[in-house]
Design a protein around this ligand. Sequence first.
Ligand code: GTP
Ligand code: SPV
Ligand code: MN
Length: 592
Amino acid sequence: MLTNNKNVLQWVDEMVALCKPDKVVWIDGSEEQLNALRDEAVSTGEMMRLNEEKLPGCLYHRTNPNDVARVEDRTFICSVKEEDAGPTNHWKDPKEMHAMLTPMYDGVMKGRTMYVIPYSMGPIGSKMSKVGVEVTDSIYVVLNMDIMTRMGKQAFVQLGDTSNDFVRGLHAKADIDPEKRYIVHFPEENMICSINSGYGGNVLLGKKCFALRIASYQGKNEGWMAEHMLILGIENPQGEVKYICAAFPSACGKTNLAMLIPPEVYAKKGYKVWTVGDDIAWLRQGDDGRLWAINPENGFFGVAPGTNVKSNPNALHSTEKNTIFTNVAINNDDNAVWWEGLDKNPPVNATEWKGAKVNGPEYIADGNKLAHPNSRFTAPAKNCPCISPEFDNPKGVPISAIVFGGRRAKTAPLVYQSFDWKHGVFVGSIMASETTAAAAGAVGVVRRDPMAMLPFCGYNMGDYWAHWLEMGEKLGDKAPKIFNVNWFRTDDEGHFIWPGFGDNMRVLMWILNRCEGKADAVETAIGYEPKPEDINIEGLDITVDTIKDLLSVDKGLWKEDAQGIEEFYSKFGSKLPAEMKKQLDELKARLA
Ligand code: GTP
Ligand code: SPV
Ligand code: MN
């Protein structure tokens, strides 16, 4: 036993009695224990070792082909009152849900081992960190949690011997029947139940389930925020670092922006970019009145396809050792990994993500993908060449700007700034984006995804907007400025107009200059826009006219959008803050 905490011991006893495993193993986090688990997973075929020279310490895993992404249809928020889950979440009465789940878990681990994983979300010793305990029958989960969280004995030190403030997570991989797959949250019970899945976001319960869904609910009650945001620092030539948080929906560029390499025009002057986080931010008002952020995670669970030496070298370097690859392709000649967009040489002697041996180039020519579009790497944050020196700082980092963004082919311009915090909350609430492979279902369909939190808000989204407004009241003139970006505007042939990736720094520089009162802006119907010549295009083969295009606002499209927002808002009834309605009316008036 790793702890004397009676609340933990009692709960684990209950879970053992329910799941009836043959054996219970407490995860202390030691290398010795983890190595034994790696060996065991390799011996059973659950995982595979990769080329020890090219990819030391790396492992490979393939999930069931019906189990490759988050399942929003099967994800529930079981608050006591339905209205507390709100119109954007699936809800079921907690009593009924327990009554349905309990028989499913009864004896589910017979003949298997239960692993008890204590973990901390956030640096050990930080007042902003929180502890979870996940019980699971999957070694893959243990090894991923080791990378993604501060796992093992240290987490029980963080919790203490008497506290009951830990999130209970019960995961059973079970038999992977997609009809019986459930990802269920009981916010009032501090509890998460996951069954019949082995895919990351459904089973690494510290991540989306705790650090966003449960934590957003806790944040509302305790006066802080849990957001689907990257955190990055930009260091100027004088050595001062300013921090930005950005919320983009899944597979819309957070990892890429968080690790960006400054283009030559900034690099030569001495600008640097530091990564604090690539997916989740916990934000709290500090003693100085400003908004401070920590990254509760300890690693990156990143999208593999599209990652290459040009698009994101820092992510690629992060995956060169001690990384777990899931659902990418294998090059059988060197036992290394490959995915679409890594390079132009798909392996001839390949194993595709479902496990079939194929001729890579021919397989692709037939219209197939070697790696699943949502294949991922799980890489330790400390592998990242640009990991921030503040990564482990228990205080976090002070935030100057909050940036929202999504994939919009036409409507949203390259960048605009909200008029103030309240208008910024409105700008976040009207976010829309094309769906991606990160969740099961159709790809490329535009949907509303407020603050990139549609699948992750653990309570009523109307109350969530009210909480954002309250945070703004508390922060007053110390609040970060709020912006919106869109890297994904396309031309009539469907090509991206903006070069994106590292060049996104050019937009971030305007944003920071605005925060420091150093850049001008033009007032438009939707917010403040840069003067086209204020976006630095030195070294790019585009003209100021292209920037003008990228900044253009089509009032016809925006009027249609306003209609869509009105419909979306109408779902919230009396939970919609009056301020949101007022903001919408004002937008409509400005567009008229
Ligand atoms: P999650 O981990 O799912 O929350 O996603 P993420 O937001 O971290 O997504 P990520 O950075 O991995 O982006 C995934 C996709 O966006 C890849 O296909 C990238 O190639 C693409 N992408 C990222 N940045 C840009 C950009 O600036 N321009 C364009 N055109 N594509 C981009
Ligand atoms: C996302 O889908 O937004 C992710 C990956 O970051 S997962 O952890 O699977 O949710
Ligand atoms: Mn994410």
